[in-house]
Design a protein. Structure first.
Length: 437
């Protein structure tokens, strides 16, 4: 990997792309530290210092924003509205025939769906920005902080609207920066910004583990976390690269005087075919009861039960439901994202077949069978990785600050592998030696 980056910097056009990407990253990180108007920055910092900034209801969104959410900056919402909009459009593509037809139109249809995603991102940013401002005004953003209700001193309509517009504009700017990286930089822009947002929280999380440790000044806990993190990264890389290759043979066809086909290829089915989506879905669904209980007044029995069993990440009920939801959403997302019948029809259309399997419906049934078999270990792997911060380091008291587990490590490894592959492919295009030397 380091060799690929070194070779890329020696290539002039790739060096320009890498420097441009780094410049966009700097602009993005600067924006995550600029507070929006109407917020008392001192009170926010006081609450962050006193409260447990990486815990609580907004921990996932705060991680995706690089810590900007709890600081209420112009990039507080980060890329979460865009991620949510992309997932919604991807799910609607299966349900709405018009979107499915656009998806099959190629580049023109994809551009139209991308435009719809932008519109939905702005709408979600307005909705989420309004919710964040209302939460900050009520003091619920930092529970237990004595100055939490004074984060927004002026609670007039004008100030509230200005805050929502500023955060919505910040989300639009983040979306634009991501598209700039995709067009003129290296890798997928949104994935790169997500990678940077998560990686930015690593130093503070590791240092918090060292400060909270009691063995040898916290260095033993710190070293243990590093070792466990390296082991988890190795396991994640191994599983993310694992795939079941189904061989496909194409028969020869004579068109005019030319012969086409007669080649062998394969269909790569990844063990983790669903990626990070099931973890995000499960986390979001479990946050809904905790959110309702947080804004509900009084101390009723149902509210107390939710706070004890669902709001706490280390509660047994929370962990069991989290694990089961990840497995369910893994199968659900694979079912809607990979259509065995469509793949079988395309193979039959172009004269392809799986050796030993008849074309058409038997091929679709075989693909569905294989996909269900490999989705089981993939879903169990996602569930175990997501529970690493809670289970593996509970004895060190650093389960909430552990950065090498759950959603963060899956995104870090996935984006890192994809970016390195793109750099290596571009290097190969520029330094292709050919078959004859």
């Amino acid at each position: 990997m380091l060799t690929a980056f070194a070779r890329a910097f020696k290539t002039p056009d790739l060096r320009k792309k890498l420097l441009f990407t780094l410049g966009i990253i700097v602009v993005y990180r600067v924006g995550t530290h600029i507070p929006i108007p109407g917020v008392d920055y001192r009170n926010v910092q006081t609450c962050i210092d006193n409260a447990q900034a990486n815990q609580g209801l907004f921990g996932l969104v705060n991680m995706f924003s690089g810590g900007a959410l709890l600081q209420i900056t112009i990039f507080a919402l980060g890329i979460m509205p865009y991620i949510t909009a992309s997932i919604i459009l991807q799910l609607l593509t299966v349900v709405i025939p018009r979107l499915e037809a656009l998806k099959k139109e190629g580049q023109a249809g994809t551009a139209k769906i991308t435009q719809y995603t932008r519109y939905l991102t702005i709408a979600l940013a307005i909705l989420q920005g309004t919710g964040l401002v209302a939460t900050a005004r009520s003091g619920a953003l930092f529970q237990g902080c004595p100055v939490a209700s004074q984060i927004v001193p002026d609670q007039s309509i004008f100030v509230t609207v200005t805050m929502v517009i500023t955060m919505t504009a910040g989300t639009a700017t983040v979306m634009w920066l991501g598209e700039l990286i995709t067009d003129r930089g290296i890798g997928n822009g949104m994935s790169i910004l997500m990678f940077i947002s998560i990686a930015a929280t690593f130093p503070s999380a590791l240092w918090a583990i060292k400060q909270e440790g009691s063995l040898a000044g916290g260095w033993i806990e710190f070293g243990t976390v590093i070792v466990i993190g390296l082991v988890v990264i190795g396991l994640v890389v191994f599983v993310e690269q694992a795939q079941r290759r189904i061989p496909v043979q194409y028969a020869k066809r004579m068109i005019g005087r030319r012969s086409y086909g007669g080649t062998s290829t394969y269909i790569p089915l990844k063990v983790n075919q669903a990626g990070i989506i099931p973890v995000i879905f499960a986390s979001s669904l479990l946050y809904i009861p905790a959110l309702i209980a947080q804004f509900a007044g009084g101390s009723s029995g149902w509210k107390t039960w939710i706070e004890k069993n669902l709001a706490l990440p280390d509660a047994p009920m929370h962990m069991v439901l989290y694990f089961l939801l990840i497995i369910f959403f893994a199968f659900f997302y694979v079912a809607i994202s990979f259509n065995p019948e469509e793949v079988a029809d395309n193979m039959k259309k172009y004269g392809g077949f799986i050796p030993g399997i008849r074309a058409g419906r038997p091929t679709a049934e075989y693909l569905s069978y294989v996909l269900n078999r490999i989705t089981w270990p993939g879903s169990l792997y996602l569930g175990l990785i997501a529970l690493v911060p809670t289970v593996a380091l509970a004895g060190f008291g650093a389960n909430q600050n552990f950065p090498f587990g759950g959603t963060s490590i899956l995104i870090i490894v996935g984006v890192g592998l994809e970016t390195v592959k793109q750099i290596e492919s571009q290097l190969q295009q520029r330094n292709y030696e050919g078959f004859l030397r």
